[in-house]
Design a protein around this ligand. Structure first.
Ligand code: NAD
Length: 432
């Protein structure tokens, strides 16, 4: 029986082996067992500190009223205030958000940021709403969260389906609800527009961080970032920036997929041109400088790097069997189903885990929060230099742990994060 099974049974909580939250906790507690960390740490991390579910009505443009369901999960804050994205997507549900909040606890600890793990979302398709409706959903959701979020409590950020505009509406609503915080209330969210307290480099941060991690890790596999071919699923914030930054380093984008289909071009797709097309048309569909291909053809492309940058759990065993890449670079959180991951590791495919690869986003979010609190504005060079330092140190921590524990990089990342969380619990003790 695994540690997670034992703890869920002790707590009398039901679980299913194929549940995304159970699987996430199972892998975290496995890493804790590997380091022989105390049972109290495993008990604490097995459940989020707070799970908030809100229902709120919103007037739609046609005069009807629609009821929305929103979530904010605060997993652990022993290192600092909760931090994590807000997602707008039809697939949002509680266990999903709980798993992603737990991943944020691990990610912030691995980066050694003074932040805890949180995540939230509202279940709907943002593409089906007008801009005014989106604003009303965002403002009602923010007011429903009330003082459960705040610059010292819990700071949301953009994720799938949300962007800088949504963050600006959240910050404005929060500031209007808590009028004592006219200035400091700004840091309630990160990923804001530059003109309203955002940080230089935040929009590209997740892609930029991923590039720094690749520069550090690829030479270990005898590869150079300057001559890789890659395929990417998802061409939103993370996918488009990752593609543009890799292209600038000399990599070739061979194939790309999003929610509307997939494209291929042997000589390489120009991600800047594709980005302009997506800004104009909302998806990669109809891009004239590449050929449409099927999903199977997309996954079967022979490339050096395969980069999932869309939603969780998209790669099942069948798709894993199609893959012909040397390295999987997880830009999205939890993109691989458990069986797919075991199959790929067994076959010798390298997997660079999301808690390392996509941590650039939360790291620059931390810089934004810091700048807001100190009324400072850092230039892009300063942001990028600091981001690089944080990510390279984390990548080296992971490599050292993998050598010490003789384990894969996902297990090593989790171990390196838990070691730090445990150290802080040792110092702080359990209140009272
Ligand atoms: P986004 O909403 O900007 O883009 C999502 C992309 O996924 C879009 O291109 C969409 O077409 C594609 N997609 C959706 N459903 C799909 C499907 N069924 N098949 C193929 N493609 C599909 O979101 P984002 O901010 O780029 O986030 C992408 C991933 O990166 C998520 O897992 C998110 O949690 C993670 N992430 C984001 C950030 C950030 O700073 N935005 C930071 C860390 C991790």
């Amino acid at each position: 029986m695994s540690s997670a099974q034992a703890i869920f049974e002790e707590l009398d909580f039901t679980y299913a082996q194929d549940n995304i939250y159970f699987q996430t906790i199972d892998s975290i507690l496995d890493a804790a067992d590997r380091l022989a960390l105390p049972k109290r740490l495993k008990l604490i991390l097995s459940q989020p500190k707070n799970e908030l579910i809100v229902h709120f009505p919103v007037s739609m443009d046609d005069g009807s009223v629609r009821l929305f369901k929103g979530y904010r999960v605060q997993h652990n804050n022993v290192l600092g205030p909760y931090k994590g994205g807000i997602r707008y997507d039809n697939s949002v549900h509680l266990d999903h958000i709980k798993a992603l909040a737990a991943i944020m606890t691990v990610k912030c600890a691995l980066m050694r940021l003074p932040l805890g793990g949180g995540k939230g979302g509202v279940q709907f398709d943002p593409r089906s709403l007008s801009s005014d409706e989106l604003m009303r959903v965002t403002r009602r959701f923010t007011s429903a969260l009330g003082t459960n979020i705040g610059p010292d409590v819990d700071m949301p950020a953009p994720d799938v389906g949300t962007n800088a505009q949504v963050m600006a509406w959240m910050a404005d609503t929060y500031i209007n609800l808590d009028t004592k915080r006219k200035v400091s209330g700004l840091s309630v969210v990160t990923g804001k527009p530059l003109s309203f307290g955002g940080s230089m480099g935040r929009e590209k941060a997740t892609g930029q961080g991923l590039v720094y991690v690749l520069e550090e890790m690829l030479p270990e596999y005898g590869m150079s970032i300057h001559e890789c071919t890659f395929a990417i699923i998802g061409f939103g914030n993370v996918g488009s920036w990752t593609s543009k930054l890799l292209h600038e380093r000399g990599c070739t984008l061979k194939a790309v997929a999003d929610h509307t289909g997939a494209l291929y071009e042997e000589k390489g797709i120009d991600p800047f041109a594709l980005d302009r097309h997506v800004q104009e048309h909302g998806s990669i569909s109809g891009f004239p400088l590449a050929d449409p291909i099927s999903e199977e053809e997309f996954y079967c492309q022979r490339v050096d790097l395969f980069i999932p940058a869309a939603l969780e759990q998209m790669i099942d065993l069948e798709k894993a069997e199609w893959l012909r890449c040397k390295v999987i670079v997880e830009a999205a959180n939890l993109p691989l189903q458990q069986e797919a991951e075991s199959y790929l590791l067994g076959k010798g495919t390298k997997i660079l885990p999301a808690v390392l690869c996509n941590a650039g986003g939360v790291t620059v979010s931390y810089f934004e929060w810091k700048q807001n609190r100190q009324s400072e504005t850092w230039d892009l060079d300063r942001v990028d230099r600091r981001l690089k330092r944080v990510l390279i140190q984390a990548a080296r921590r992971v490599k050292d742990m993998a050598k010490q524990q003789q384990c894969d990089l996902r297990v090593a990342s989790t171990c390196a994060a838990l070691e730090h969380i445990n150290e802080v619990y040792e110092m702080r003790g359990i209140f009272p």
